[in-house]
Design a protein around this ligand. Sequence first.
Ligand SMILES: NC(=O)CC[C@H](N)C(=O)O
Length: 429
Amino acid sequence: MKAVELLVTNPSTLFASKSPTHLTKSSRFFTIRSSLPLSSHDASTGLAERPWNTSDARLVLEDGSVWRAKSFGASGTQLGEVVFNTSLTGYQEILTDPSYAGQFVLMTNPHIGNTGVNFDDEESRECFLAGLVIRSLSRSTSNWRCAQMLGDYLAERNIMGIYDVDTRAITRRLRQDGSLIGVLSTEETKTDEELLEMSRSWDIVGVDLISGVSCKAPYEWVDKTKSDWEFNSNGKDGEPFHVIAYDFGIKHNILRRLASYGCKVTVIPSTWPASETLKMKPDGVLFSNGPGDPSAVPYAVETVKEILGKVPVFGICMGHQLLGQALGGKTFKMKFGHHGGNHPVRNLQTGRVEISAQNHNYAVDPASLPDGVKVTHVNLNDGSCAGLAYPALNIMSLQYHPEASPGPHDSDCVFEEFVKLMKSVKQNA
Ligand SMILES: NC(=O)CC[C@H](N)C(=O)O
């Protein structure tokens, strides 16, 4: 106890500066920085102000529960669906995964912020999520790649965060009752009742969230995984296949992995007409991950339908769900979904179990699919469908994230399978 108080009451020995200069990318020295205003120091007693005295935010859930917390990042009032993520690392990639648009991400790992944020780990151009909910915000960072403190980063992007809230209790509630809509607010003039009413007046089901995150014009993607980080040297020296990637909220690492496997990649907006895509004569089309309810975007299902059977296709997460619907199947909302980097999946084609990165609230009902469509992967936690193939139409898809970022790399080989599929179709043409 004594040691802890000593640590808090002598902040100047711990923290380099309140507004530190940024480290350069190449620096391998780590600097410890302060992200929060340091506890005010009472010289007469030698004790720091108790940190739990300053709750200035509330998360009000639609079930009527009110969670008092401290705010960091942006302030204001924000509405969203609360989901919990069980990843131990990779909060920056999670913050920039566009599939979280409209959602508050609650991290079950209690200690967040200790590696700061850096220039390389962005998974998209913006943070699209509604906000971040964490137990403990690290007061310091110690990582050679750190370029900015998490709180400053969120404030710059106008994203609200809260800490010092019982994330374990909220997670247990979500597991029991399912995902809940909530309102996060730092505005003291708003009553709990007003915030509760706001949370009950909105639903994420049926909302097209893709249109808010997709790119607005086509572009070429060339970046590969950096050689320092490359972990798989298989199958990367072949013929360059042209992949057109529909951006429903695409993560950069999907594009990097395709480029690393030798593909020439063109990214197109979610509303790009199928006829235009086919005119570009791609060797394959990728339907990306993306936020929200797959049933809320019938235009995207129509696009997928028009492309099926014309070129090999690969669907990831939202892309997989859209493929499921385009094949005549149904999607449904799960109780609290899968969000994290520790989901075991069995690849039914090889018998191999892969530990996978997942982020979805919806799933394809395999019983609704027509004959000929095979379930290729199953989530071992709940038996839900984690992958599909329809060999007759050169379709493959995964409900989860083979590109990881963050997460294990067990499923990376699926990009090689897609390249092989494009190759065999081209050879037999
Ligand atoms: N990662 C994703 O593509 C998410 C898909 C969809 N928004 C879901 O929640 O199921």
